[in-house]
Design a protein around this ligand. Structure first.
Ligand code: CUA
Length: 308
């Protein structure tokens, strides 16, 4: 029954969380059956017309049904508190990863390696990892079901969540705080890999890409930075305007002005999206200032130019 109820168990404390959950579930089922059964039985036994007189005061019975549930409820509290403390406090040797939630993607930064990713968290197996999280706009929430941990991500405040993955593989994480139009799509993969594979990945990631042709680099970034969450490339408007054929076109802005969509406009719209809002759209795009190298920025612009 337990594995039918739960997602994969892939962290050191997942087993403990599930055991506690089972304890509460089975206790609840037991008492639900017992109490409902007795209610039905007594309703039938002392039904209208039955002359039998029911039991009156019974001290032993009353003490029993007070003491036993009290002990059970205290046991849930003690176990729950112990588990909560385990989930809250990361071990001292945890590897920190900085996390920023924004509408509508997650970015991860590995402070010791200068590596940054979007919607993709790669961690070594059997290594405690602490996520140091903040939001650049509204309240989000980081949920890692396979690791049985979850924490709100708030603007103006840092929260943390930690786990130690026990299994290699790909697991999901989700935003579980409703945060607007594309909340449903604010999710990604946690890839748990061996220590060697992790170092190779870091090495690979920290090399700046100088060989991929610009439009191709832009197409990759369009995926990896999750631009597609809000912008289509096929002409249909989404949360943001479509990017198909935008280059060279005259764009109508929300304030009634118009602007020609040249390289400078595209660059500004990526770095300061609030500067010129396209008519009919809300100013919801986050800034990508500091998240893209010059070459990456040029790549994105070239990619957008190629969407005819
Ligand atoms: Cu972020 Cu929902």
């Amino acid at each position: 029954m337990s594995d039918f109820l739960y997602p994969p168990r892939a962290s050191t404390f997942a087993g403990e969380v599930d055991a506690l959950m089972n304890y509460i579930n089975y206790l609840s089922i037991f008492f639900w059956v017992l109490i409902t059964g007795l209610i039905l039985y007594f309703a039938w036994r002392y039904r209208n017309g039955n002359k039998e007189v029911g039991p009156s005061h019974n001290t032993a019975l009353e003490i029993t049904w007070t003491v036993i549930p009290t002990i059970l409820v205290i046991s849930i509290f003690v176990w729950g508190f112990k588990t909560y403390m385990t989930l809250s406090r990361a071990p001292g040797d945890a590897m920190d990863v900085y996390v920023t939630g924004q509408k509508w993607s997650w970015s991860f930064e590995y402070p010791e390696h200068g590596v940054r990713t979007t919607n993709e968290l790669v961690v070594p197996v059997n290594q405690p990892v602490r996520l140091v999280m903040q939001s650049s706009d509204v309240i989000h929430s980081m949920w890692l079901p396979a690791f049985r941990n979850k924490m709100d991500v708030l603007p103006g405040r840092t929260t943390t969540v930690w786990f130690e993955a026990t299994e290699e593989g790909t697991f999901r994480f989700y935003c579980t705080e409703y945060c607007g139009d594309a909340h449903w799509n604010m999710k990604g993969d946690v890839k748990v890999v061996s220590a060697e594979a992790f170092h190779e990945w870091i090495e690979e990631k920290s090399k700046e890409d100088t060989t991929t042709p610009l439009p191709e680099l832009g197409a990759k970034l369009f995926q990896s930075k999750a631009c597609f969450t809000c912008h289509t490339t096929d002409g249909t408007p989404s949360i943001g305007p479509t990017l198909k054929g935008v280059f060279g076109r005259t764009v109508e802005l929300a304030d009634g002005k118009t602007v020609e969509a040249d390289e400078d406009y595209l660059r500004e719209s990526i770095l300061q999206p609030g500067a010129k809002i396209v008519k009919g759209f809300a100013p919801t795009m986050p800034s990508f200032q500091g998240q893209l190298s010059e070459r990456e920025l040029n790549g994105l612009i070239e990619y957008i130019k190629s969407l005819k």
